[in-house]
Design a protein around this ligand. Sequence first.
Ligand code: 13P
Length: 257
Amino acid sequence: MRKKIVAANWKMNLLQSDALSFLKTLRSHDLSKFPQLDVVIFPSSIFLEKMINEYVGKLGIGAQNFYFEERGAYTGEISLDQLKSINCSYVLIGHSERRTYFSESPELILNKLKAAVNKQFNSVLCIGESISVRNSANHLSFLEDQLNDSIGMLEENDIKSISIAYEPIWAIGTGLTASVEQVNEVHNFIRSFLVDRFPNLGNDVRILYGGSCNEQNAKELFSCLNVDGGLIGGASLDSDKFYQIIQAANEVSRIEY
Ligand code: 13P
């Protein structure tokens, strides 16, 4: 059975004091009582080291961004070795905001994915279609292209450390959560792609949903067969809401399929 993941993408939000008080609340809930879940936070990079050192216990802390080259003249960038040197073990790759606002190309995303695999990071690879692609009913072929350009270029063994987050762009930050039918259609499609391409390990890759997922809809979404957790934006900025989402994942992770 795949272990569920609840991940927070804080994007460019929260100050250091907010981040630390969030951790304090989470620590008071004692996440070790959820051994069947992985909980991960992707804060702004400047808080990574402090958060990693502050939180003793079961919580993954990851970087929202990095550059794939090992070192050198890349002003403003952070390497995977630098992240490793502060014990950071997760990275986010291919988020639509980075594809759109920072022009991250499929080639760059593939380079980042390969570098993260080589350096043994746990990667969350994001894919998702825009509203115009969705309205033209071409979303599955669009998503297939995004998968072919990224995880599809890897060897089977490489996928062990990768999770995929399906984040329809039209659902991000809009309050328009994808319906259970829409989520099932895409997640089942991603699963078939994975199993087809990687017959031995494709079933083990976790597929998260992201896009206006919150404490009210998490349980229903996480109950879907191929939804192995969530990547949460807005609702992850509030520690109480985020904890409710963790509880929702815990409730459904007891269900045996
Ligand atoms: P929201 O939960 O705010 O829609 O954001 C989702 C997201 O982009 C997570 O990476």
